[in-house]
Design a protein around this ligand. Structure first.
Ligand code: SF4
Length: 622
């Protein structure tokens, strides 16, 4: 019999987050995660981890998918007649349940199932916990030792595979293991990407997707790349068997179910549903929400909407939807207060959004003037770009360790002065973090005022402070400088949350959102931008500078960098990609990176200046 639809392990995971998502996937509706650059970057790292894992469990047979699951499963069973065999990407089919396993090792009647995950854990802490009688790092320390929520999907995935293999291979004993990236280990090799052969597929829109990776290193290099740790997951799988089996049985019955028989569980989680795609009318989101999908402004756009409940504890979004409502303005203000009538800082921001969106007015706090006037010139507006990969670029780094590869700074020397721009971008193959810091220090000094748009920059310097001793002798100057940074960093994002509101911001507060909201209506901002730049980029009120950033054609593909993940991908392409020896292509990647990071810090100055103009008009000095 030809199976129309099967429940793969990724289908199972998707359905666990929302059963309707499985329905939309089965019916081929567009999914915005397929083009999510951050998820793509993670997927790329995952391919390299899998290639390293196959090198660790060497000598296996790779089973490429033929596109016919039934034939692939039959081939797997045929090979498993052997007593001793290792298979990569083996296919198992049991009823409508389908899994492709990363690695299995069959030794007689025992099948070791090894699921490779690019997720990191602390292997040393886990081992230490188990040795001292604890439950390990995947479980709560309180009574019952429940599996911690971030790990549940990983163990459920493994449990689903165990259940399918047991049905497909009656009589065998399946021993489940996770093979995880171990952040308590450090790489002993430099230039790690050169040890992998990457095969990429290019889409028509110019984006690329990694199709496969192979480890090319020697046995010696494999030993030095000891970054993965195998974890026995038998106890976790045993505890999840019943839950997973029950859920899988339900999802199997829903594979062919018509939409009319399903009830969308509408709630705040719908805000970032992968089936909320454009054009909205053709999306799964639109079908789940019906006429409420197009309501604007939508209740889902409220700042931290998941924190708001109805009187019975139901999420306010769910409660409104039951009444046939979904407008931001349908949210009762009373629901934003605590039981004692007080209003916390999150609710204050929510109330501001409701009131000023309804009135179409901007709001500025009476204290913003004091906050900004308390800052002293020169002021340095800074932004960092940092990359993290499961398998790190440089020797002595831990998995997902930071590579600080770029900073941008706009310095304003005095009130009304034109901002001066400085920048740094790594092009060397050595670990760059100390050069990053030294070049930054040369610009922002030891005592000047530093402005950022989040705690991110402080966090990155704190990490450098603690990590640098793995690479070199302790640098007391660095430690002292980073400690001193705490007292001189001013986070503008706090002002975007607590001291300012523009209806164009809605529930969002990123520098790009705030700039976009102000750009359309602030002639003075556009004039400043034109004056401070060479105005080679359009300054139309309709297109803000982020959207106007020019793309470049590199090796025949149009590329752009408009957000942080794009910057990470561009850096990876410039330093380690197929064009790494192409001087012209490298120069173009460099140009894209520089123009993007420069705009982030220039935007911060433009917003700072807008705020100064606004409070001066609203609260003229007496
Ligand atoms: S819109 Fe909501 S109910 Fe519909 S698939 Fe997405 S998350 Fe599920």
């Amino acid at each position: 019999m030809l199976l129309q639809r099967t429940l793969s392990k990724s289908d199972f995971q998707l359905a666990r987050s929302c059963a309707l998502k499985l329905h939309w996937r089965e019916n081929g509706l567009p999914d915005n995660r397929a083009f999510n650059p951050y998820l793509q970057l993670l997927a790329d790292g995952g391919y390299m981890v899998e290639a390293l894992a196959r090198a660790m469990y060497a000598g296996g047979t790779m089973l490429e998918s033929s596109g016919n699951a039934t034939a692939d499963a039959a081939r797997t069973l045929e090979l498993l007649r052997e007593d001793n065999i290792t298979l990569y990407q083996a296919t198992f089919l049991a009823g409508r349940r389908l899994v492709r396993t990363d690695i299995i090792e069959k030794r007689g009647n025992i099948v070791r199932l090894i699921e490779v995950k690019a997720k990191s854990f602390d292997g040393a802490e886990h081992a230490s916990s188990l040795q001292s009688g604890g439950a390990g790092v995947f479980r709560s320390k309180v009574k019952g030792n429940a599996i911690l929520s971030p790990w549940i999907p990983k163990f459920e995935d493994l449990t689903y595979q165990v259940l399918v293999i047991e049905r497909a291979l009656p009589g065998v004993t399946v021993q489940p293991f996770l093979l995880l990236v171990d952040k308590s280990k450090r790489s002993a090799l430099d230039n790690l990407p050169s040890l992998f052969a990457l095969v990429r597929h290019e889409h028509a829109d110019g984006s690329t997707r990694l199709l496969s990776a192979d480890f090319l290193g020697s046995d010696d290099e494999l030993q030095k790349l000891d970054l993965l740790t195998e974890v026995d997951a038998s106890a976790e799988v045993a505890s999840l068997r019943e839950t997973v089996d029950t859920a899988a049985t339900l999802f199997e019955t829903q594979l062919d179910a018509p939409f009319a028989t399903l009830t969308p569980p509408l709630g705040p989680h719908c805000g970032d549903c992968e089936f909320r795609t454009e054009p909205i009318a053709e999306s799964g989101f639109a079908q789940c929400w019906g006429t409420l999908a197009a309501v604007a402004p939508h209740a889902l756009g409220l700042f931290r909407v998941s924190s708001v409940s109805d009187t019975d504890g139901t999420s306010i979004v769910t409660a409104l939807a039951r009444e046939g409502k979904a407008s931001l303005f349908d949210i009762p203000e009373a629901r934003l207060s605590k039981k004692d009538g007080s209003v916390g800082p999150v609710a204050e921001r929510q109330l501001r959004q409701l009131r000023h969106s309804r009135a179409g007015t901007t709001w500025v706090s009476a204290t913003l003037r004091d906050k900004l006037q308390g800052l002293t010139y020169p002021m340095h507006f800074i932004d960092f770009e940092v990359s993290r990969l499961a398998l790190p670029y440089h020797a002595k780094m831990r998995p997902y360790g930071q590579v600080a590869f770029q900073w941008s700074c706009h310095t304003v020397d005095a009130l009304g002065a034109t901002p001066r721009h400085t920048e740094w971008l790594n092009i060397e193959h050595a670990w760059p973090n100390m050069a990053f810091w030294q070049s930054l220090r040369a610009v922002i000094g030891d005592s000047d005022c530093v402005l950022t748009w989040s705690p991110y920059e402080q966090g990155r310097m704190n990490e450098l402070k603690t990590e640098h001793e793995h690479f070199m002798d302790r640098d007391a100057t660095l430690i002292e400088w980073v400690d001193g940074l705490k007292g001189r960093i001013f986070d503008l994002h706090n002002c975007a949350v607590n001291d300012f509101y523009h209806p164009g911001m809605g529930g969002r507060t990123s520098v790009k959102v705030v700039l976009d909201a102000l750009w359309k209506s602030d002639d003075a901002m556009r004039d400043q931008y034109a004056t401070w730049t060479d105005a080679s980029v359009s300054v139309s009120s309709l297109v803000d500078p982020y959207h106007a950033l020019p793309a470049l054609e590199i090796a025949g593909v149009v590329q752009d960098v408009r957000e942080g993940t794009g910057a990470m991908r561009a850096y990876e392409a410039m330093m380690y990609g197929v064009e790494k020896t192409d001087v012209e292509a490298k120069a173009k990647w460099r140009s894209l990176l520089l123009q993007y990071c420069k705009l982030d810090t220039l935007s911060m100055v433009l917003i700072f200046e807008h705020w100064r103009r606004t409070y001066t008009q609203r609260y003229p000095e007496e």
